[in-house]
Ligand binder design. Sequence first.
Ligand code: SAJ
Length: 408
Amino acid sequence: MGKINVIGLGYIGLPTALILASHGADVIGTDYNVELVNKLGNRQLTFDEEGLEEIFGQAVEKGIKFTREYISTDTYIVCVPTPYDKNNKKINPEYLISAINSIMKVCSKGAIIVIESTVSPGTIDRHIRSVIAENGFEIGEDIHLVHAPERIIPGNMINELKYNSRTIGTDNKEIGEKIRLLYSSFCEGEIILTDIRTAEMTKVVENTYRDINIAFANELAKICRSDNMDVYEIIRIANMHPRVNVLQPGPGVGGHCISVDPWFLVGDYPGLANIILAARKINDSMPEFVLNRIHNIMKENDIKEVEKVGLYGLTYKEDVDDLRNSPTLQLLENMKRHLASGIKVYDPLIKRSIVDNQYFNFDQFLNDVDIIVILISHTHIKENMDKIKNKIIFDTKNICNFEGVYKL
Ligand code: SAJ
């Protein structure tokens, strides 16, 4: 195998490029964002992730390069975003199509294109094969297609890259074996070969499964709140049953995967995806539910100004600096729609200004608020519980055991 050109150096492409290079592959990373390419070229990481720094050093030592250009080679790994259209809920494959078009301009005959980006089932048949054919390339001759969706979780990416099992979907077993060999240079998990459509659907199913299970926990939280039951105690006891594993309720579902992928199924199978749609709606309703709770807690404590309320946490989950679709941002968006403003916000992992009334100093933030709403359970807040004990606390993550704390 010659050089490997990884296209898209974001949350998935970058760690994948680095781990491949650190295990000896000849890797060139390509991204159209010049700032990002320059940063990486100057040995600076673009986001924080445990263990990433270390494999970055190893990859640089082994000669990884970063560029804006597509490289002429025989192996491509495509990790570009695949958002969904907010109106019809269907996948928007424009980044993927543009990457494939660019590859076709430079690739050698018989090149393998591995698509890691999550796509809805049928996307490769409907959008990618036709684009390739329109360019006069024959699939299986001039170009081979592989779908190898990623499975890594932000916060534990490097470990999961190494130990998770993986799926490789191809039209051709021989090509699948080649790519299996490539991934097994760093992946110790089982690598399953299947067809492309199955690989596409499997990935979306995995994230939809989690979304539905989180929605169940969130719905239980609402039921328990309405009738004064302790949802956490109920889930804890129910989970002692050998075949029950209820997840944890929270202020909503963020990130770029679980809050996105189920929509693909709703968009493509509108008459059939019922429980999936209901789950999406429940999870999307949680920021508004939290907002109503805040309103009630303010009333109960005779606090009239929203300026006295502080939201702790801006990222989409604990101990990552990723803001995409975060429940806090969803909540602030809802507030805007209610024409309310002035609520204060702090997140120790976010050092640049993202929203109004954002603080960068924890003590100052605490000084200025009476109610603190824990939206994200960063290690930072767990280690600083003492500092908030005199506040009115609304804990949506069930991490605080003080007397009188409000829960979801
Ligand atoms: N959440 C809850 N309650 C829970 C668990 C999570 O409210 O019990 C919330 C989190 O706070 C967060 C959201 O759900 O806002 C999603 O977080 P997550 O940790 O469940 O998942 P992601 O989005 O970081 O990563 C997922 C993973 N998929 C699965 O676990 C099935 C990961 O393996 C995938 O690689 C990733 O999506 C992806 O890229 O598709």
